[in-house]
Write a protein that binds this ligand. Structure first.
Ligand code: FES
Length: 312
């Protein structure tokens, strides 16, 4: 039986990676020490590439310098940073689900903290984060930051959400999940998708994403997703509307609730969720992001494309 998951980096310039060299490739069973092939062919044979390159593997993602150009305090401990970045990295980050690891320049890489790209333009990335622990404390006081990337699996799904077109999409957002939805919104609208946004500020006092949503055609519903009234509204909406895709952007509890509702009411809907796992290396090596899936296998969520219904 073909694998039910794949590597988000497969076929990119970052493939084959060091995991091929250690026989831990996510996509290629031969490069994971097996003597059979169970990859769902995606146009690139990683094994072939690996041997044709004399078993050379791609470098790890690089660390760049980012210059902090501006900051906005959106709420207590909630900060937006505008960061000028290398053009090459900007281009690679301009996609749905992109994230980077950020730390202060004079800190060791133990301080690398993963952050979603909230917004992007020709010269800058924008991130919105909560200052809550040793990794994020006083990042906003720095003029320069170390930024490692690009990483792309900030939104987990069986396929890339960026490929979805001509569909009806429901984006369900709660709290800090707002930091992950602006790029998806803008890109999905451009691909002729109809988007409805269910928005809950959760534990935050700010609905900051609204200040950056310019398309007036997006239907936005405010609600408390964890109240019985909000949950009923969500269930009714999913049952009564021709939704093709749901994106859940929020906590693990939100992902579990949304996945349960979809599984019970409309199994044909494709689900995507924001990646809330603990990410340390982003390269499939450290194991901090490992999750057990229904089959009993363990996957590295920093790099694995997988249907979230197998995890929630
Ligand atoms: S973050 Fe290290 S293996 Fe995924």
């Amino acid at each position: 039986m073909d694998k039910t998951y794949n590597c988000i980096d497969a076929g990119s310039k970052y493939c084959p990676c060091n995991l091929a060299n250690t026989m831990n490739c996510i996509s290629c069973s031969h490069l994971a020490g097996e003597d059979f092939c169970d990859c769902s062919w995606n146009g690139v044979c990683i094994l072939y590439e690996y041997y044709m390159n004399n078993k050379q593997y791609s470098d790890f993602k690089k660390t760049y310098r980012g210059i902090v150009i501006g900051k906005v305090f959106l709420d207590k401990n909630l900060i937006l940073l505008k960061i000028k970045l290398d053009k090459k990295l900007l281009n690679e980050l301009n996609t749905i689900g992109s994230y980077v690891f950020i730390r202060k320049v004079n800190c060791s890489n133990y301080y690398d903290t993963p952050m979603s790209i909230f917004n992007i333009d020709e010269d800058y990335i924008y991130i919105v984060y909560q200052e809550i622990g040793p990794k994020t404390k006083n990042i906003q006081c720095e003029e320069e930051l170390s930024i490692r990337g690009p990483y792309w699996n900030g939104i987990i799904g069986e396929h890339k959400l960026s490929k979805v077109s001509n569909s009806n999409i429901l984006i369900i957002v709660r709290g800090i999940g707002q930091s992950s939805i602006l790029i998806p919104l803008n890109k999905l609208i451009k691909r002729n998708n109809k988007v409805v946004l269910f928005l809950d500020k959760g534990k935050l006092n700010s609905l900051y994403c609204l200040n950056y949503i310019s398309d007036k055609n997006i239907r936005i519903e405010m609600l408390d997703l964890f109240s019985s009234e909000g949950e009923k509204k969500l269930i009714d909406f999913i049952r009564e509307n021709p939704i093709d895709v749901v994106l859940s952007a929020g906590s693990e509890m939100l992902h579990r609730n949304v996945t349960a509702i979809v599984k019970e009411s409309r199994k044909d809907i494709k689900i995507f969720v924001t990646n809330n796992n603990i990410l340390c290396c982003g390269e499939g090596i450290c194991g901090s992001c490992t999750r057990k899936i229904d089959s009993g296998e363990r996957i590295k969520t920093c790099k694995t494309l997988i249907d979230p219904k197998q995890m929630y």
